[in-house]
Design a protein around this ligand. Structure first.
Ligand SMILES: CCCCCCCCCCCCC/C=C/C(=O)SCCNC(=O)CCNC(=O)[C@H](O)C(C)(C)COP(=O)(O)OP(=O)(O)OC[C@H]1O[C@@H](n2cnc3c(N)ncnc32)[C@H](O)[C@@H]1OP(=O)(O)O
Length: 355
């Protein structure tokens, strides 16, 4: 029987053996109490043969043997029955001629202790960062869930209030929408600015620009066109704008709430990624009507007009800016329409792949 070259190293709980045998086949390794027996065919120091060795280890090891055969060697790992540092590998003091320390993995006892400490430190750091991430994810989830819930409650109140009034008072309800719902709408739209920050800080997987267009677009209409002109408050266009805004939000925010808790209601997903198709153009159209209706009022009241130097003239009416804004609105509509179409495609193609 030929004996291969064997390199060994240890840690407090394990013994490592590296058997120099190329393309090892029919590997048979047995451990019984303190004796480890190895047998295999392969290319060793004496060419391609069957190689064998047996080691009577200093102390008992567990019978389970882990080994991995690479092209050049067989790496064996056995677990010590008792954790501790061995003075030598074998019972006999004189080591077998084929056995050599494995200086690639060799550590003395203090270095091995240090290695254990470093491993434990690393595990502690990973546990702490995992807890921190879990903590952050939990805080983020709670924050988003509460935010979406607030928006859902706010827009639901607006939508239901307007629907009930429309049923009860018919056409008359078109004239006092601003008076009955603007406080809640102001709250929701000011709160909606958080969505730009959510996108900017990566709290949600969405881009900043479409969110900015959405929030700036709506708040311009709400605070400038409606909020700053008393004459606009009783116009029916307020009803259409507020109804179209709230019609999407009573779908969008529950969709986000489900997303926060990794849940999904398919009809809600379908609605979230479908109702914007008619609502967005209608919404921007209603907003454009509001802007156009406000132009003569800004011209008359000179509100927000830009004063010019005496030499040049009196002032530039804010309505010039509103004409530019009308163009911006349709550019913003096109940009967000395309963005939502991409989101819809992404979501529904992901669903098709999952089914
Ligand atoms: C640069 C400034 C320029 C200013 C110029 C202004 C010009 C203005 C012109 C345009 C005016 C428009 C005014 C608005 C009109 C109307 O609203 S009309 C009524 C109908 N409206 C709508 O349908 C639009 C509704 N709004 C939206 O859908 C969004 O605001 C959006 C930004 C337009 C698109 O949303 P987005 O978040 O990008 O897509 P989603 O697929 O929904 O989300 C992406 C992922 O992010 C997750 N997420 C987003 N927000 C949340 C949240 N709050 N909580 C939890 N999760 C959230 C979402 O779940 C998605 O995650 P994944 O599923 O993992 O992808």
């Amino acid at each position: 029987m030929l004996t291969p070259l064997v390199y060994w190293a240890q840690r407090h709980e394990e013994v490592y053996l590296r058997v120099e045998l190329t393309d090892a086949q029919n590997i048979d390794i047995r451990v019984h109490e303190k004796v480890l027996q190895f047998r295999a065919q392969g290319y060793g120091a004496k060419g391609h043969h069957e190689y064998h060795f047996s080691l009577e280890l200093l102390l008992p090891v567990k019978p389970e043997v882990r080994f991995r055969s690479t092209q050049r060697q067989v790496n064996i790992t056995v677990q010590k029955e008792q954790r501790g540092w061995w003075d030598r590998l074998c019972v006999q003091e004189r080591k077998p001629v084929f056995l050599t320390p494995d200086f690639d993995r060799w550590l003395d006892e203090s270095d091995a202790e240090q290695e254990i400490k470093e491993k434990e430190e690393k595990k502690k750091r990973m546990r702490a960062s995992r807890h921190k991430n879990e903590g952050f994810i939990t805080q983020k989830t709670v924050f988003l869930f509460v935010y979406n819930l607030l928006q859902f409650v706010g827009f639901s109140w607006i939508f239901v209030n307007m629907s009930v009034r429309l049923i009860r008072f018919g056409e008359d309800s078109l004239y006092d929408t601003f008076h009955t719902t603007s406080d809640v709408m102001f709250f929701c739209q000011i709160l909606a600015s958080v969505e730009v920050l959510n996108a900017a800080f990566g709290i949600v997987r969405t881009s900043v620009v479409p969110t900015l267009i959405q929030v700036v677009g709506r708040n311009f209409i709400l605070f400038i066109i409606f909020g700053s002109l008393e004459e606009m408050h009783s116009k029916p266009v307020v009803f259409f704008v507020f109804y179209l805004w709230s019609a999407i939000e009573v779908v969008r925010y529950p969709f986000y709430m489900m997303n926060c808790v990794d849940a999904e209601w398919r009809i809600l997903t379908w609605l979230r990624y479908t109702v914007w198709i008619p609502l967005y153009p209608l919404g921007v159209l209603a907003e454009a009507v509001a802007v156009i209706q406000s132009i003569p009022i800004f011209d008359e009241t000179k509100l927000f007009s830009i004063p010019l130097p005496k030499a040049v003239g009196t002032s530039v009416s804010f309505s010039y800016l509103l004409h530019l804004y009308l163009v911006l609105m349709f550019l913003g509509l096109f940009f967000n329409f395309r963005h939502l179409y991409k989101q819809r495609k992404k979501h529904f193609s992901k669903k098709r792949k999952e089914n």
